[in-house]
Design a protein around this ligand. Structure first.
Ligand code: C2E
Ligand code: CA
Ligand code: CA
Length: 510
């Protein structure tokens, strides 16, 4: 039963819409994450560049002091002390100035005459030294700029406060440090020696091209997510909106692809609905007088499917109309070429439903069908089940009128199981009654059904209608029907429904 098996597992039914909804959300999320990372990386790059620019400006000013003092180196401290102090006063960032002779500070703006050995190797490129502090302010970092010319030397010292201020003001949310040689300073003004801190997000390291220092910028762990939650809420809503839409589309598509209608539409296009043929014989002579065309679904996975399993779905969806058309065309192609050899009009029964009676398309299909056969070689009989009565509307009258004009006959199928009245039978100008197999099965078994069968036969005779008995399986049933003048018989006793090729070869043997 492909219509049942085709229903996918519950887990798959849930997974498909869930995945199709989640996929765009996850993808969008990944893109936003990368976008956030790129934005943060650009932000640390800008911050580091700005810090470099500010430090260079400060150092330009500071180095100017050393440059102006250098020619004074070697002169007596008493004579130049004023000049040293003047630089401190004039330059906003300079905290102190010193003069050096032969790697020894001999004069200081703070103390006047002074004596302290220095080691020029401590200075990056001989110029810059970041220090933890000096004897006056041991806990306040300093940046010393040194200029040398032979034995002469001049130094100007920058207060670490200015440097950490720059780091704090430019950095804001960004973590920023200033590195000179092996030493570095953070925005809190703390001096460190050794490896730089690791900034896990958007780390950027820039070197000054003019002075021997570098700046490192970055963010703490979790900054990307924090940035996304503060900047992207509208985009998140949009993502969820798209996710819901995609999930709904996934749900709809999978529902459609698993619906019996969709599966049958596919089967119709693949030509999986094929005709089987069951012989109908004349009661007296038992001569083959016709055939009923019965639909089968040759399903690629499920094998041959009985019409009882799929015809109800086909009727409900209206697909029964194109399915029957295909069956009619296949039957014409199979039997048409044999028709010149038919000695008597051969009955070909085709089952139709109420869906076929809503317009006049069937007339065209029947005309084309008849055209495929030698003129007068067949009787096309449309079998309409009594179970679903057709409302006699203007269009149905017109349809049956045109069908009769074409020479098409009408049979009421499963007769005795429905509620058709005499008036109904007359209205549609019925030619045959097909006695339902349930009555045939009761022959010789159930007396009540036997009575009903007798009255059906009686009724048909009064209405002057030809009769076909269905489901004849035993000789006893056949004899009974023959004795009661039922014109034709159909059933396993004479042949089961068989595929076209098999039927044709049996027909040629005949
Ligand atoms: P139906 O039109 O009354 O067809 C007769 C059914 O009885 C067929 O079943 C046939 O195989 C079965 N049958 C024939 N002789 C015997 C017998 O001796 N004993 C028993 N037990 N059964 C017998 P099938 O082919 O399975 O078709 C079942 C029903 O499906 C048909 O009943 C008909 O209502 C519907 N159907 C089949 N093909 C078509 C079609 O092309 N169009 C439409 N609308 N309905 C179809
Ligand atoms: Ca039938
Ligand atoms: Ca029947």
């Amino acid at each position: 039963m492909p219509l049942k098996i085709k229903r996918r597992k519950r887990s798959i039914r849930i997974a498909v819409p869930l995945l199709s909804g989640l996929l765009p959300v996850l993808l969008g999320f990944a893109i936003l994450y990368m976008q956030a990372e790129r934005t943060l990386k650009q932000s640390t790059q800008d911050t580091a560049e700005e810090a470099i620019r500010q430090f260079e400006l400060i150092l330009d000013n500071t180095s100017q002091a050393a440059r102006e003092l250098l020619p004074l180196a070697g002169q007596s401290c008493l004579d130049v002390n004023l000049a040293l102090r003047e630089q401190v006063t004039r330059r906003p960032f300079v905290r102190s100035t010193n003069l050096v002779w032969d790697d020894t500070i001999y004069c200081s703006s703070l103390f006047g005459n002074y004596h302290e050995k220095i080691s020029s190797g401590d200075y990056r490129a001989g110029r810059l030294l970041l220090m933890k502090g000096n004897p006056v302010t041991p806990d306040s970092a300093l940046l010393v700029y040194r200029l040398g010319d032979g034995k002469r030397g001049a130094m100007s010292t920058l207060d670490g406060y200015h440097l950490s201020n720059v780091l704090r003001m430019i950095g804001r949310a960004t973590l920023l440090v200033l590195q000179v040689g092996n030493n570095w300073l953070n925005a809190d003004g703390q001096f460190h020696t050794g490896a730089l801190p690791d900034f896990p997000v958007a780390q950027n390291m820039l070197k000054s091209s003019r002075y021997e220092f570098s700046v490192e910028a970055g963010f703490a762990q979790g900054e990307t997510w924090r940035y996304m939650t503060s900047e992207y809420p509208p985009l998140f809503s949009l993502l969820i909106f798209f996710g819901v839409i995609a999930g709904s589309i996934g749900y709809f598509l999978q529902k459609r692809s698993t619906s019996p209608t969709h599966e049958m539409q596919r089967a119709l296009e693949a030509g999986e609905f094929i005709p089987y043929f069951q012989p109908v014989v004349q009661s007296e002579s038992k001569k083959l007088s016709g055939v009923e065309v019965l639909m089968r679904w040759r399903h690629p996975k499920e094998g041959l499917v009985s019409p009882e399993l799929f015809i109800p779905f086909a009727e409900h969806s209206g697909l029964i109309v194109p399915m029957t058309r295909s069956l009619i065309q296949q039957t014409a192609a199979l039997l048409g070429p044999l028709s010149p050899s038919f000695t008597e009009p051969f009955h070909i029964g085709i089952n139709i439903t109420a869906n076929h009676c809503q317009n006049l398309e069937l007339v065209k299909d029947c005309r084309e069908f008849l055209n495929a056969f030698a003129p007068g070689s067949i009787h096309l009989v449309l079998e309409l089940t009594e179970r679903e009565l057709i409302e006699p509307a203007a269009i149905t009258h017109q349809l049956f009128e045109q069908l009769h004009e074409l020479g098409v006959m009408i049979a009421i199928d499963d007769f005795g199981t429905g509620h058709s009245s005499l008036g109904y039978l007359r209205q549609f100008n019925v030619d045959f009654l097909k006695i339902d197999q349930s009555f045939v099965a009761m022959i010789g078994i159930d007396t009540l059904s036997g009575h009903i069968l007798d009255s059906i036969i009686e009724l048909a005779r009064k209405l002057d209608l030809a009769m076909v008995a269905e489901g004849v399986e035993t000789q006893e049933q056949s004899d009974y029907l023959t004795a009661h003048n039922v014109n034709f018989q159909q059933g396993y006793l004479f042949g089961r429904p068989v595929p076209g090729a098999e039927f044709i070869s049996a027909l040629s043997d005949h």
